[in-house]
Design a protein around this ligand. Structure first.
Ligand code: AMP
Length: 282
């Protein structure tokens, strides 16, 4: 596994791979890897000739300096995990290397970034868009893999790739979960043991809402979900929305032609957890 820390090293490596006409698969991450991330790498490995990983905690997508500072950094463990899934190239630049020129560019994605995760974090998706665009230019992948876990992130990148004509196929990979349904996340390690059972209610609430949708009882969901969460006194809902799975705009009645996503963000103590569930209605 080759480790590139500078843009020049990466460019040289990519040029030599391209000269051999190999299919490059790319999985960008911010490190602190877990099995959920590895599932993306395994899929990438099975579909591409060369697997490129990036590990970069991107400062311009953080809207809170403390979150950026507290973001877990587990470099040695990450590299061992990447090696174990057969990753070929890892790009892990410093902030100074990545942003030698201070990024002043911003990207506006319109109404899709003003809801859900974007609502409480203005500028977050612009920072994601800028770093992913830059990584795409550097890595020049044929295929790039993202998790459905961050559905809004996947959809804004999909728009960027489509509207700016990046020659890249995007793949949205399913969410890997613990046995009780909790979506794997680097934040789960911080959940205190006595609160762990409450965390499982996030996925249970998504399943409950999915049943309501199937029974066409959309208008009753919100009220019943609030009651469902009530006994879990450490689990506080930030949002729970039924949205169009493509635009992420709230829907109040299921349209026969629209696929739906149930999206949730909740705080367990001071740990913010997100999850979602897709429902095909056509
Ligand atoms: P991160 O570094 O945590 O921002 O995530 C890097 C990529 O891994 C993103 O595309 C995430 O959506 C994806 N990812 C995170 N958690 C999971 C999970 N539990 N299952 C599948 N993919 C995930």
């Amino acid at each position: 596994m080759q480790i590139c820390k500078t843009l020049t090293q990466l460019k040289d490596t990519i040029s030599s791979i391209k000269s051999e006409r190999k299919i490059i698969g790319f999985v960008p991450t911010m490190g602190a890897l877990h099995e959920g991330h590895l599932s993306l790498y395994r899929r990438c490995k099975s579909e591409c000739d060369v697997v490129v990983a990036s590990i970069f905690v991107n400062p311009i997508q953080f809207t809170n300096a403390i979150d950026l500072e507290k973001y877990p950094r587990t470099e040695a463990q990450d590299l061992a995990m990447l090696e174990s899934v057969g990753c070929d190239v890892v790009f892990m630049p410093s902030v100074e290397e990545m942003y030698a020129e201070k990024p002043t560019l911003t990207i506006s994605f319109g109404e899709i970034e003003q809801v859900l995760e974007g609502k409480s974090r203005p500028g977050h998706f612009s920072g994601v868009g800028v770093v992913v665009a830059k990584l795409f230019h550097l890595v020049q992948p044929d295929r790039a893999y993202f998790g459905q876990k961050d559905l809004q992130q996947f959809l804004i990148i999909q728009r960027m790739v489509s509207q700016l004509s990046f020659p890249i196929t995007l793949i949205c990979c399913e969410i890997l979960r613990d046995e009780d349904g909790l979506a794997l996340s680097s934040r789960n390690a911080r959940i205190p043991a006595p609160l762990r059972t409450q965390a499982a209610y996030i996925y249970k609430s998504l399943q409950l809402a999915a049943q309501y949708i199937k029974l066409n009882k959309l208008s009753e969901i919100k009220q019943d979900i609030l009651q469902f969460y009530a006994p879990n006194t450490d689990l506080k809902l930030e949002y729970f929305e039924i949205v169009d799975a493509n635009t992420l705009q709230v829907v109040s009645a299921a349209l026969p032609s629209s696929n739906l996503a149930i999206c949730v963000a909740a705080y367990l103590g001071d740990i913010r957890l997100i999850d979602n569930f897709l429902i095909a209605t056509n």
